[in-house]
Design a protein around this ligand. Structure first.
Ligand SMILES: [Zn+2]
Length: 110
């Protein structure tokens, strides 16, 4: 495994990096032992911009978010955002339907 700061090879039980002297917490040691593929890529401003842009396009947003939420290849942060957006949309749709039904019955009574 490699030091998270300088990248030099360190022993798993080292509390300090022998090369740069940085203290290695349990969490850092655990992170350093993770295989490269398990490390999650940080989302960039452009990723967030794209996510917000897609959010405001009707139909496309639901389809894209379902694909993102279901795909195992999607970045986990993007996947969670898509899942949260889908839950939000489902609640919004239910509220709109309830509001429409209430309005419909009120207008029918008048
Ligand atoms: Zn180091």
């Amino acid at each position: 495994m490699n030091c998270p700061t300088c990248g030099k090879t360190i022993n798993e039980n080292d509390t300090f990096c022998k090369n740069c002297g940085v203290p290695l917490t349990l969490k850092q040691r655990a992170f350093a032992t993770l295989p490269q593929t398990k490390k999650i890529r940080m989302l960039k401003i452009s990723d967030y911009f794209l996510m917000f842009l897609i959010s405001i396009i009707p139909i496309i947003n639901i389809i894209t978010f379902i694909v993102w939420a279901a795909s195992s290849k999607t970045n986990v942060n993007k996947k969670n955002y898509a899942s949260a957006a889908l839950i939000f949309m489902a609640i919004a749709i239910v509220l709109v339907i309830i509001t429409l039904l209430i309005t419909y019955y009120i207008l029918k009574l008048v």
